[in-house]
Design a protein around this ligand. Structure first.
Ligand code: DX5
Ligand code: ZN
Length: 228
């Protein structure tokens, strides 16, 4: 994984057909997805359940780009190795998931994955001030984690701006997760984000039988970003 700040679109398979994850990953990549975002939920840290390491391992051969695994689980530490072995490229833990964030991030890197840290909407940017050299990605939740299709929380744009300043010239991605649309994407990119997770905005109207809709949806987001 080479580092660059070009804007990347990472469709969240939370909005895909759960009976066809392999084909869905191939479809979004063929249509221009830069990364594939995988939302792991435990029904405890967030009020929804999705899937575990066995499913992540099953779809790994269908992902040629970057498998970006977002752990909305608490505790996360007991499961890091399983998700690393399942093939995660980026493994993201939440600041709020446990008392020892630094330890979790060290464990992720020791397992050979890029280390991501996610912040819930109410968590201040400064919560990660002392782990900036231990991370490869910051995931700013622009909705409350748990479900796709929620509305973008505008106050997070200011948080992205602050994080961009805190990061400085470190090779750290700033990812936005939740409510990304052609309307919201330009604002977060202007504030300093470079990875846009989008679930409903990419998958709406399409299917594995009509993948060109995914392509059109992603082009609409990119065009909006380029138009500023
Ligand atoms: C929310 C997940 C997101 C979600 C985004 O808990 O982390 O990745 O799927 O979905 P949209 O783009 O529909 O807000
Ligand atoms: Zn996510």
């Amino acid at each position: 994984m080479d580092f660059n700040r070009n804007v990347k679109i990472a469709p969240s398979i939370l909005s895909a057909d759960f009976a066809a994850f392999g084909a869905e990953c191939e479809a979004i990549e063929a249509q221009g997805a830069d990364w594939v975002h995988v939302d792991v939920m435990d029904g405890h840290f967030v009020p929804n359940l999705t899937f575990g390491p066995a499913m992540v391992k099953a779809i790994r051969p269908h992902v040629k780009t970057v498998m970006d695994v977002h752990l909305m689980i608490s505790p996360a530490d007991p499961y890091l190795q399983a998700f690393a072995e399942a093939g995660a490229d980026v493994l993201t833990v939440h600041v709020e998931a446990g008392p020892h964030l630094h330890r979790s991030l060290q464990a992720v890197r020791a397992l050979g994955c890029k280390a991501g840290v996610a912040l819930n909407p109410a968590t201040p940017a400064e919560a990660i001030e002392y782990v900036l050299d231990d991370i490869d990605l910051i995931c700013v939740m622009t909705v409350n984690p748990g479900f796709g299709g929620q509305s973008f929380i505008e106050a997070q744009v200011e948080k992205v701006r602050r994080l961009r300043t805190l990061v400085g010239d470190r090779p750290v991605h700033i990812e936005i997760d939740g409510g990304v649309t052609p309307e919201t994407a330009p604002r977060v990119v202007a504030a300093g984000a470079d990875v846009l997770v989008a679930g409903s905005a990419v998958f709406k109207g399409g299917s594995v039988g009509r993948p060109e809709v995914y392509g059109a949806n992603m082009r609409a987001i990119r065009a909006a970003v380029e138009a500023g």
